[in-house]
Design a protein around this ligand. Sequence first.
Ligand SMILES: Nc1ncnc2c1ncn2[C@@H]1O[C@H](COP(=O)(O)OP(=O)(O)OP(=O)(O)O)[C@@H](O)[C@H]1O
Length: 869
Amino acid sequence: MPQKTKDTPMMQQYLKIKQDYPDAFLFYRIGDFYEMFYDDAIKGSQILELTLTARNKNAADPIPMCGVPHHAADSYIEILVDKGYKVAICEQLEDPQTAKGMVKRGIIKLVTPGTSLDDKPNQSTENNYLGAIFPQAQTWGFAYTDLSTGEFWATNFSDFKSVENELLNLRSKEVVVPAKLPKKQVKRLQKLGLMVSPETPQQDYAEVSFVTQKLTAASQIQAVRNLIAYLMETQKRSLAHLQVAQAYSVHQYLQMDHNVQSNLELFSSLRTGKRSGTLTWLLDQTKTAMGSRLLKQWIQRPLLQVKKLKYRQDLVQLLLDNFFQRGSLQDYLTQVYDLERLAGRVAFGNVNARDLIQLATSLAQVPKIKATLLDLQAPVVDDLLTHLPDCQDLTTAITTTLVDDPPISVTDGNLIKTGFNQQLDQYRDAMKNGKQWLAQMQASEQQATGIKNLKIGFNRVFGYYIEVTNANKKQVPAERYQRKQTLTNAERYITPELKAIEQKILEAEEKSKVLEHQLFNHLREQIKARITDIQTVASTLAALDVLQSFCAVSEQYHYVRPQFTQQEKIAVINGRHPVVEKVLGKQKYIPNSITMDAKTSILLITGPNMSGKSTYMRQLALIVIMAQIGCFVPAEQAQLPIFDHIFTRIGAADDLIAGNSTFMVEMMEANDALQHATPHSLIIFDELGRGTATYDGMALAQAIVEYLSQKVPAKTLFSTHYHELTGLAAQWPNIKNVHVDATEEKGQLVFLHKVLPGPADKSYGIHVAQLAGLPTSLLKNAQQILTTLEQKPIHLQTKSSTPATAKSISEQTKPSQPVEKEEQLSLFGEPPTSKNRSLLQQLKDANLMKMTPLDAMNLLFKLQNELQD
Ligand SMILES: Nc1ncnc2c1ncn2[C@@H]1O[C@H](COP(=O)(O)OP(=O)(O)OP(=O)(O)O)[C@@H](O)[C@H]1O
């Protein structure tokens, strides 16, 4: 009976290996190809657009198969990993030529989204963070690392939502979780687009104690251990470049949850999802990939400590004041390659000679950078100087060992400089002489045979040969020449002398390649011993790069150094929204001041649509962030307190993943701010309440403003179209009205974009609709409806203990108009009925501050239903 295809020794070996990697594509090396079989082949051929064939096509049990050439494998692996799959790379572990029996094979690494070291040029400025979580008691241990750079961080969170938020902020693609993590939480993580990988068996790696040496919390240590175990399991190689894990707490930084970061367009534009139009886009004039990554980390985590901020500001100022030195530093930084990732590759052992030349070029900038910093003669650079270890011995080692322009392969020779190693030089001489011998032999054979076009050539199969065209075949000395190959118009021969020379040349070539590889490995080991120094240089140069970028941007756009005040007061004079200003051009941007003294906690901002309310509020948020990362800010003068948290409710974002509606998200975000804001927080509410029916929205908006005013002493910017709310300023001294000015010229609305004290007088919504090009008949109709509505003014309900809004105060306090009656009339626009009264009473009695958003929605729904009955 013929052997079944799956029972052949090779397929048996394949199936055994595949057993351990059921959830990964298995790339199984056969000769020059990586092959996939069975379901991997079917799915892989679809995703990678490969031809699906079969192993043993004509057998009764053909096995689906497809493959990729080994030299092109990286790009295929990358496609699969980008799509969220794992790829297990199975190599031949012995030389098939010399192996006895079945070639040994084994997995050399597992590539996953969080461990991919793919170095696409457009990704070099992005970190690829792999996270790990470990719940213990009431806390969530959390750790993350970037395998390519070796940075390692660990912290604790008190709830799972914060873990999710951190993973989103870090833009992680993968997270390692304990096997016992409840399915519900696994699903939530998957909904965030993360690959959820179960922990792998723990082992006692030396790296574990190194990386965890500064940590004390058990849950953090366990999260780090799980991460390292996972990395060892997937990478199966040295992790010498992993840095000591640093404990951090989100409370040490200005906190902004993921929604806030995306609402403020710090990293990606809300409209396009791209980098253009974001704060990062504006501030990134870094010269190195490390600098660009560090800038994002700084924006992600603005500081709270004035001392550290002043240090950054001093350096920016120093660079601003020293044009020439700054220019030199920028030039030197331009020549610095990605030292963090180079260090990673040295540790991993996948560094090539070109990488080492880049390393040498980069390290060679260090003495020049040091000299330039010294030249600045300022004590503030001392710290930078002490964190720039001298690595010139490495530069020298690399440049004396390697040729200037080495090939990518480290096993094919031509890497090492002549004169570096005597033995190598001897092999090379033999190779060179061999070539001369061959040239001499060719000349003497031409003479001996009388065949003028006789040539000596080389191919991989036969080695060196003598080639004679068919026309001259007859002149070949048959006793010496042995025929080896016949071509259409020529014959190829070998002779014993030729083979003797070949032996010498090939031996020298082979030995020199092996020796070159050994010398290269030795150099790599020498560098590996200094990885920590290289990483210190990398982090210092990255910081210097970000600071020079701040300086460049601040100079280009005329930013000023903000001052931090102990008092809760904001004074931004003629501030600008930095990104809108960059897009519009300085001439077109109208600067606006934002001033809030210690007693003012809420700015109520009114004004027509499109007038610039949102821009004004975002302007402050961005100025705060820029100030708290150490950058200068777009204003003529800026005095700011240190903020601990920014909350926003901007735009209409559905949270479809978690199944929450726009209004629900609006209320949840509002609640987050109301619950967690401190006197040092900044809250930005843009048209809160517009996600629901007018009355509900207005009622909630007013209740929220009142609550903020009395119970949450944070600084709040609150824009609204509910003009009725502006009356609250008369009642609460900590609320101030401002409005964005607009005017009408010849029936056309003109936006002035200027923020002035006091409330807006008109909303101009229909004018904006006109600008948007809506049909004239529709606009006329809208105008008529508006006129009718304006004859029935809407007055807001106020608490009996509190005075009413501006509009309603005057009307409600007139003795001839009983307050209760007026309220009912204005709310429902019809004579009061007992039903209306009861509905109003229910609304009045509702304690909004104690209600969850869902309770509030349910109540409104009930009231609406009762109204319609
Ligand atoms: N200070 C300014 N100087 C110049 N142009 C500005 C300024 N502020 C805003 N603009 C321009 O006006 C446009 C609308 O601004 P913004 O979205 O802030 O208005 P808005 O009042 O919040 O509108 P809506 O109420 O419809 O949400 C911006 O896209 C910008 O181009």
